[in-house]
Write a protein that binds this ligand. Structure first.
Ligand code: GDP
Ligand code: MN
Length: 390
């Protein structure tokens, strides 16, 4: 949490405390909700739409864009339109944004996916899940139905907002010059991203990017290990990032971790939980983000490992953004599956501690820093930041 503390205390204040009278007279932002879903998820989507309408969109009427790799059926469309008076569009995601790129051998990828299934990697054996993660990492913002928008708010099936949101978060993010907003940060399942950091770190080094202070949120220092020289090769040199990143689509596994390529840092598995996201699309559409995605994609990691869009977005933010660009929506009550974020005044708050970062460290110094952080947070609770949480 020290890095999070930096974000929330030095650079980032809650936009408003408590409830406001929603001011709907201001011109709206150029923004939309984006929902990727399948027909069979209709019930879960209804739950999410009902929740965001009740707590926010009945005042603000932001449009929705529903996307699907298949066709939405008529029932899905009719039912959804029943739950909102805001404009709704439905689109399909074409094969150029979904599934295998031409440079990968589907047979090799399928084998890799089957292996992950056998190893019980969460969703690792599901081809469609890999495709979804890659879509949300490098394509959603290029979908034709999003071309006219500058901002997006990601909505997933089966989520719940439980506090009223009585201001327009897009307008506030614009006014505060923010790029990326989150409400929960958690640790990733290590086995889904064994090599992700190696590539992200190499990207940063190859592009000569120095941290603006957010990268530290995602890294732990590691002892630089002694170079391992294979006995039979006295001329051995560790590979350069360029070599690591060269396209090698035929291989059936990513290379072993090479600490040399990670500059003495390792990924601490922290990531913004991307099923909630409010972000500026121009950032995803920037050359820097595009280069990042391209390099990550070319490694094959979306298939040979099960890289999620959450760690991809997070590491890209770490490399390319500064803490001042990030907004922590601490006043939003939000739940997805078993993980939730409750603002200080939420009666639904059941956990003794705000679950935005798991307490996993055993390092006593870090532990103390964390404890100080939580004390600070408990103090903040007195003020109450959310509105009508129920
Ligand atoms: P989880 O939240 O990580 O457990 O994963 P979900 O199953 O909720 O998937 C994340 C998002 O991608 C949700 O919005 C799903 O509706 C969507 N999604 C996942 N797989 C597919 C798919 O194969 N097709 C479509 N159209 N959407 C998908
Ligand atoms: Mn989900």
């Amino acid at each position: 949490p020290p890095a999070i503390r930096k974000i929330s205390e030095e650079h980032d204040k809650v936009f408003f405390t408590g409830c406001l009278e929603p001011d709907t007279s201001k011109p709206k932002a150029n923004a939309a909700f984006v929902v990727l879903a399948r027909n069979k998820e209709l019930d879960g989507v209804i739950q999410s739409v009902k929740s965001i309408e009740r707590h926010f969109n009945r005042w603000y009427h932001y449009p929705y864009v529903f996307l699907n790799d298949g066709e939405f059926n008529q029932t899905f469309k009719d039912v959804i339109r029943n739950y909102t008076s805001a404009p709704v569009e439905f689109g399909t995601v074409g094969p150029e944004m979904w599934g295998y790129p031409e440079w990968i051998d589907p047979k090799v990828a399928k084998e890799g996916i089957a292996k992950q299934g056998d190893a019980a990697v969460m969703y690792g054996g599901l081809e469609s899940y890999h495709a979804m993660c890659r879509f949300y990492s490098g394509f959603f913002y290029k979908h034709p139905l999003l071309a006219k928008y500058e901002w997006y708010w990601r909505l997933e099936p089966e989520i719940k907002y439980f506090c009223d949101i009585t201001y327009d978060p897009f307008l506030e993010m614009i006014a505060a010059n923010k790029t990326y907003g989150f409400t929960i940060a958690v640790k990733e399942l290590r086995e889904t991203v064994p090599n992700i950091f190696r590539y992200a770190s190499a990207y940063k080094r190859m592009k000569n990017i120095s941290s603006q202070g957010l990268w530290e949120m995602f890294v732990d220092p590691i002892e630089k290990p002694k170079e391992e020289v294979p006995e039979d090769d006295p001329n051995y040199k560790p590979p350069l990032p360029e070599e690591i990143l060269r396209s090698d689509p035929g291989r059936n596994s990513l290379p072993e971790i090479d600490p040399e390529a990670m500059e003495g840092e390792s990924y601490n598995m922290c990531h913004f939980w991307s099923n909630f996201e409010i972000a500026r699309l121009s950032w995803f559409r920037s050359k820097e983000y595009e280069d990042f995605f391209e390099m990550m994609d070319r490694s094959g990691g979306f298939w040979m490992e099960r890289w999620g869009d959450a760690p991809i977005h997070s590491l890209a933010a770490g490399a390319l953004l500064a803490p001042r660009d990030i907004h922590y929506f601490r006043d939003f009550g939000y739940r997805h599956t078993t993980i939730q974020h409750c603002p200080a005044n939420a009666p639904a708050r059941q956990l003794p501690r705000e679950p935005f970062l798991e307490k996993t460290t055993t390092d006593p110094k870090k532990r103390q820093e964390e404890d100080e952080y939580w004390e600070q947070w408990d103090a903040e609770k007195e003020n109450g930041v959310g509105c009508r949480c129920r």
